[in-house]
Design a protein around this ligand. Structure first.
Ligand SMILES: [Zn+2]
Length: 305
């Protein structure tokens, strides 16, 4: 890992390199580039690259970052550790999937990019989607998929040519878009894989949310896994730049257990672990709340019918 050379990045919206203001300097050493750090929903440890904000368009990105091939390898070896939270995530994501009816979603074929163990694919089937596919780089996550959806998941990164043109009616990305080192080609691949009139639903962090502004560098979203951080405005712009019509861009209310919310607080690890253990043993830790906790959602449509 010591031979890793970080690469400078260009703004994915305006293509400029360098024309950006530093928000936070990097605070990690190359040892942090290991599969545990790149595993889903690990305890936030506030390790991050240097973060910058583009002077021209306001898009926030990490610069420099690890090479994409190394990131792909880390995600391939990463583990799936959020099984405790799956029931809440199903409810949250399911609620936003159901709202796609407002935009005329055809419930034929759905693709989820970064589907973990496929729990949301089961949710989509329960909501009446006739066929579901998933893409997931972590082989550990795929190996934990339920038999119902296991064969529907490709262990890979989404890229052009992985699926045929106009194959899907809906494409979902949940806490994935921030992790993509080169979002332009991913958006083009989604656009091609959607039929005309098809929809993309993305839920990801909102860098302009109140929680992110209050916590600053201590926010769990300032994280080495995130190569970009978006606001509703920059989400609109990047999807529009790749041909999509924006149907909705707004904040998200997630359902969380008290124990999970406590996990996110920027507290010292020792006392935090003690309280988490206590919350694990007591029913109050399982109390559930709908909270607007700094996520955004975007619904974008491929033009045409
Ligand atoms: Zn820019």
């Amino acid at each position: 890992m010591h031979s890793v050379e970080l690469r400078n990045t260009r703004c994915a919206l305006c293509g400029t390199e360098g024309n950006a203001a530093e928000l936070y300097p990097a605070n990690f050493d190359l040892e942090a580039l290991n599969p545990a750090v790149f595993s889903a929903r690990r305890l936030p440890d506030r390790v991050h690259y240097r973060l910058v904000k583009c002077n021209a368009c306001g898009l926030v990105r990490s610069d420099p970052v690890a090479p994409p091939e190394l990131l792909a390898q880390l995600y391939h070896q990463s583990t799936f550790t959020y099984t405790d939270e799956v029931a809440d995530l199903k409810r949250t994501y399911g609620r936003y999937l159901a709202r796609l009816d407002r935009y005329g979603a055809r419930k034929d074929a759905l693709l989820e990019i970064g589907c973990g163990n496929g729990f949301f694919l089961q949710q989509a089937l329960a909501q009446g989607y006739r066929s579901v596919r998933g893409v997931e780089p972590s082989r550990a996550a795929v190996s934990q998929a339920a038999p119902e959806v296991r064969d529907s998941i490709v262990c890979d990164l989404m890229r052009s040519g992985l699926f045929g043109p106009a194959e899907f009616d809906v494409i979902c990305l949940f806490q994935v878009f921030d992790h993509v080192p080169d979002p332009g080609p991913l958006l083009d691949a989604c656009f091609t894989a959607l039929r005309p009139g098809g929809l993309v639903l993305s839920l990801n962090h909102n860098v302009t949310a109140v929680s992110a502004r209050l916590l600053g560098e201590r926010s769990p979203i300032i994280d080495i896994e995130h190569t970009y951080l978006y606001s509703p405005a920059t989400m609109r712009r990047i999807f529009a730049a790749h041909g999509f019509r924006i149907r909705k861009a707004g904040s998200v209310r997630n359902q969380y257990s008290l124990r999970y919310l406590f996990r996110l607080l920027p507290l010292p690890a020792g006392p935090k672990r003690a309280v988490l253990d206590w919350l694990q043993r007591h029913s109050i830790g399982r109390v559930r709340l709908w909270v607007p906790l700094g996520n955004l959602h975007l619904v974008a449509q491929k033009p045409g019918v």
